[in-house]
Structures are given as C-alpha cells and as structure tokens.
Design a protein around this ligand. Structure first.
Ligand SMILES: Nc1ncnc2c1ncn2[C@@H]1O[C@H](COP(=O)(O)OP(=O)(O)OP(=O)(O)O)[C@@H](O)[C@H]1O
Length: 273
C-alpha cells in the first residue's frame, strides 16, 4: 500500500536525517521500525504522513506518488495517519470526548455516527470512563491512550505509532500491546519503539535504522538473531531471544508460547516449577 523509494531528508541546519531509504509496507501487517536515539524513526514517520517533504525520493500510496498540496494531504491523512510520541502534540480540546470526536465531526459524519465511533474507540483503549474529563487533568499514560483512541476512531488504512509505550508503566505497556494486537486484526500498523520485547512480539516484519539508513530488515526472528546487526544499530536483544541463545530454550514468539512449551497454564498464572 505504501512504498518508499530512495527517500532522503535533510533538516534546515544540514542534518541528513534519512539517507536512501527504501521501504515496502506490504512486507508485513504489523511492521516495526527500530533504531537508536536519533536514527531517524520520527523523521521517517513524519515523512510518511507528509508533514516533512523529502529532499529526494518519493513516497507512493496505492502506486501513486503522494503530493504535498493541502487538498491531497487532507484526503491522504484520512487514510494514513499517526499517533505522535508526545500526546500533548495531539490533544487540542478541553474535553476527552471532543478530542476524539473532532476528526469525525470534521469529516461531516452525523452526530449519531460520531457517538458510536468515539465510544467504540474509547472502549478499545479502556478509557471510556474518561470521556467527560478535561484533557489537561489526565495523567501521561491516560493522554497516550486518548491520543491512540483519536486515531482508532478514524477509518484509516494505515496507522503509524511513534513510541506508543514510551513513558508508560508495565501495566499500561501491556495494555498498549493488547491494543496493537487487537487492532492488527483489521488494520495495517507501523510502529517505532525502543522496547525490543514489544517489537519482537507484535511485529511480523522489522526494519532496523542506524544514522538515517536501513541497516537490515526481515522477520523479527531473523533480524533479532543477528548479533552483528544489533551491535551496529546499538540495539538490545529481546529477552525471548536471549533465553533462546543463552539458555538453549526454544525460540518462542511470546511468554505464552514459552509457558505452553513448559507445560504450564499461562492463562491461569501457573508459575509453579
Ligand atoms: N527539527 C530538526 N532540525 C534539525 N535536526 C533535527 C530536527 N529534528 C530531528 N533532527 C535530527 O535528525 C536526526 C533524526 O532524528 P529523529 O527524531 O528522527 O530520530 P529518532 O530515531 O526518532 O530518535 P529518538 O529515538 O530519540 O526519538 C537526529 O540527528 C536529530 O538530531
């Protein structure tokens, strides 16, 4: 659906944030983009939604090169949009409900449809109770969930999530993981994260960025077994990969699989030895 060809992006001060990026988002349904601080992940996402215009190269959506005029971008962002790393960049209204409803009202949907979509999105992120709360009273984790709900309420083809678990506690991190897994049943998702466990478990294809370049790509099982690649990109191995390499355990996709291999009932919290 989206192809990126020979993309380069240079900031005004001369920083070459992206160099010769080639990416095909048909290669997976939940795609991870990982890289150390400053490797270019946010710049890439901002380029994909057309906020940054490439210095060179192009982005194709459904085989057509995206354009940078207001009319095109307004239509494009109804189908391809992102949840920003910082929720304060996304929440504008004083009340949670109005924030999630805004893009839908903007599309001219009837208030009846708006109510349905907003309620569904808020329930999906377990934030329905917050609907009447002023956004400025929300905790950081709650703001993150509301900004995700705002994107879920829209009928997008592709959702980009920039560091969705950044700054969240372990419980909320699990919640966001659940949301991504649920969402990926219906939508294409691209997410960036410093949490290699999350990327390994939820993604089916991974791009590794380093200093604005793609250093490697492939299935999570392939890329995370490549020590040389991880070292070059300054990335850690997911714990399930470590357990496989260091303890000789089978390479499991998630905790549940590992428990099942051990004959434990994961759902019942069977932690006995
Ligand atoms: N507005 C800007 N002007 C100049 N340089 C910038 C600007 N924004 C980002 N950069 C630079 O571009 C490079 C890529 O930054 P980017 O924010 O895309 O990386 P990132 O992988 O998202 O980092 P992080 O993991 O820390 O969020 C960095 O060297 C950064 O300093």
């Amino acid at each position: 659906m989206i192809k990126i060809e020979s993309l380069e992006y240079q900031y005004e001060d001369g920083t070459e944030a992206l160099k010769n990026i080639n990416l095909d988002l048909e290669k997976g349904n939940t795609i991870g983009v990982v890289g150390a601080n400053g490797s270019g992940k946010s710049t890439l996402f901002l380029s994909i939604i057309g906020i940054l215009k490439p210095t060179k190269g192009q982005i194709k959506y459904k085989d057509k090169t995206i354009k940078y005029n207001k009319k095109f971008l307004r239509q494009y962002r109804k189908k391809v949009n992102m949840v920003f790393q910082d929720p304060d960049k996304q929440l504008f209204f004083s009340k949670v409900y109005d924030d999630v409803a805004f893009p839908l009202r903007n599309l001219g949907l009837s208030e009846e449809k708006v109510v349905k979509k907003v309620e569904k999105a808020l329930k999906m992120v377990n934030a329905y109770d917050l609907k009447d709360k002023p956004t400025h009273f929300l905790s950081y984790g709650e703001k993150k969930r509301i900004s995700i709900a705002g994107i879920l309420a829209m009928d997008l083809d592709l959702i980009l999530l920039d560091e969705p678990t950044n700054g969240l506690d372990p419980y909320m991190t699990k919640e966001v993981k659940r949301i991504i897994e649920e969402l990926s049943q219906e939508k294409k998702i691209v997410l960036s994260s410093h949490d290699m466990d999350l990327i390994y478990e939820v993604c089916d294809y991974v791009y590794i960025l380093g200093k604005g370049e793609i250093l490697g790509e492939g299935s999570p099982e392939d890329v995370f077994l490549r020590d040389d690649l991880l070292k070059k990109a300054c990335l850690e191995r997911p714990w399930l990969v470590k357990a496989h390499q260091e303890l000789g355990l089978p390479l499991c996709k998630n905790e549940k699989q590992l428990f099942q291999w051990k004959g434990k009932d994961y759902e019942k919290g069977d932690y006995s030895s």
